[in-house]
Design a protein around this ligand. Structure first.
Ligand SMILES: [Zn+2]
Length: 474
């Protein structure tokens, strides 16, 4: 038996238990720091598999950590288990049908994400013990990736201190090494306070908070021309000060999401948007309160880690889907638009195909495709330690992120296969690092060099705490 086959057999031995965990977490979709049941499921599995468990990581009750092994380097495997609001969906069908009206759903596949990460960590625990290799593996169960930036808070609290390298993955429609492009993102609210007045009888006594929100939008719209091209600034009105036009609006609130490809650029744009809001307050005679409630950095790639992961993927090959998997994926594809179906190919610089419901191959490293990017809190861990993220095919090509189609496919046999595949890639990548400390040192040197050029500044201000949710009493 070749070495890589040994670690893969260890993944396969635990796969049924972890697939069970994934399906259970799919069935209890919880969001934004309210992942009590999902976290309890992960905690119980860590104990069952013999990890040393730490609960309440970084003061977050729905974050958990499990460690195994002794001495040697410490490799972290990152998992998530949070769901999305409003994406409740019956599993295994090809039409939208809520499972629970208005309920949450695993529309980003984090049920698979956390379970595969724990599966990889469990196989590595067995491998370290079986081979007597000095080294430790640590599974991080991270909540609130969707809008909660839990990992950024965990980094700020020092939860990754002592970790030599980190590995994670995300469910996808293609199997490849993630090219580490994501936007730094600050989410903040501006609340303006003015003075109410009768808009006809005494408008001169009023100071309009709604005017201030509108002037902020005007100022930001002029600002757009003078920020780096990749920056994104979007906003939503949270409070408009009421529905009566004959009352000067005394209070209004707007939420901004400010993104850029570089952390330093984003932090600079945040300061400029704050100046625009101050200017709007000055113009309108109102006051403004500005509050960041969540922020993440951009991803920092690590060439050494990416090459190690690619070699693991190349050994492993693509996911072995069968005719039943392809049939269901084709039925899902029938619900998608032409743009949905071609986008994944454009993303990796391939010619779109229409005879391929599932990806059963491995895309090469750094495909030259169109850049289409969002934001993730995995990025802040990538500033703390060398990190690589792998993507594994778990759903039909073209399935949009955060959709009912992702929830529907989240318990399908194809999803289970992709999940076990991701665990094998992560476990094999970690095995290579445990066996060759030179690679780890190279990865760390590359990381240190990046940080020397561009230091990390936590994008969440010191006085902002995660919006923790108390455990429900029932
Ligand atoms: Zn996600």
């Amino acid at each position: 038996m070749r070495n890589e086959e040994a670690i893969w057999a260890m993944v396969e031995a635990h796969a049924p238990d972890l697939i069970g965990l994934s399906d259970r977490v799919w069935g209890m979709p919880e969001t934004l720091y309210d992942e009590y049941r999902s976290c309890a499921e992960h905690t119980a599995m860590l104990r069952e598999k013999g990890f040393r468990v730490s609960e309440g990581v970084a003061g977050i009750p729905t974050a958990v950590m499990g460690e195994a092994g002794e001495g040697g380097p410490l490799i972290a495997i990152l998992g998530e288990y949070d769901a999305l609001p409003g994406l409740s969906q019956v599993a295994g069908v090809d039409y939208p049908q809520e499972l629970e009206p208005g309920g949450n759903g695993h529309g980003c596949g984090h049920n698979l994400l956390g379970s595969a990460a724990l599966l990889a960590a469990t196989a590595l625990k067995d491998w370290l013990a079986a081979t007597g290799t000095p080294g430790r593996v640590r599974y991080y169960g991270c909540p609130a990736e969707e809008g909660g930036a839990a990992k950024t808070f965990m980094v700020r609290a020092g939860a990754f201190a002592g970790v030599d390298a980190a590995i994670t993955w995300h469910p996808d429609c293609m199997t490849r090494v993630d090219d580490a492009l994501s936007l730094a993102n600050t989410r903040m609210d501006f609340t303006f306070s003015g003075r109410a007045a009768h808009a006809a009888a005494s408008p001169h006594l009023g100071r309009s908070a709604l005017d201030a929100v509108e002037l902020t939008s005007v100022g930001v719209n002029y600002l757009r021309e003078h920020v780096p091209q990749d920056a994104r600034i979007h906003y939503a009105y949270l409070e408009t000060g009421g529905t009566a036009p004959n009352v000067v609006q005394a209070r209004a609130k707007v939420r901004y999401s400010i993104r850029a490809l570089r952390l330093a650029d984003m932090l600079a744009i945040v300061e400029r948007v704050k100046d625009v809001a101050r200017g709007a307050a000055l113009m309108t005679g109102t006051t403004v309160e500005m509050k960041v409630f969540s922020a993440v950095s951009n991803m920092l790639g690590n060439g050494v880690m990416e090459r190690v992961m690619q070699s693991a993927l190349d050994e492993l090959g693509g996911v072995a889907f069968d005719a039943i998997d392809r049939d269901y994926a084709a039925r899902i594809q029938a619900t998608l638009s032409e743009a949905d179906l071609t986008q994944p190919y454009h993303r990796v610089g391939m010619v779109p195909r229409n005879d391929e419901p599932l990806c059963d191959y491995v895309v090469g490293l750094y495909p030259q495709g169109e850049v289409m990017i969002g934001s993730t809190d995995v990025a802040d861990v990538s500033w703390a330690v060398p990190l690589v993220q792998v993507l594994a095919a778990t759903h039909a090509i073209g399935t949009p992120a955060h959709s009912w189609q992702i929830t529907a496919q989240g318990k399908a046999p194809a999803a289970h296969k992709g999940m076990a595949h991701a665990a094998k890639a992560m476990a094999r990548c970690a095995e290579k690092l445990f066996k060759d400390h030179g690679l780890l040192r190279q990865a760390q040197a590359e990381h240190a060099e990046r940080l020397a050029r561009e230091p990390y500044i936590c994008p969440i201000p010191d006085d902002v705490q995660p919006p923790l949710v108390p455990r429900a009493s029932n």
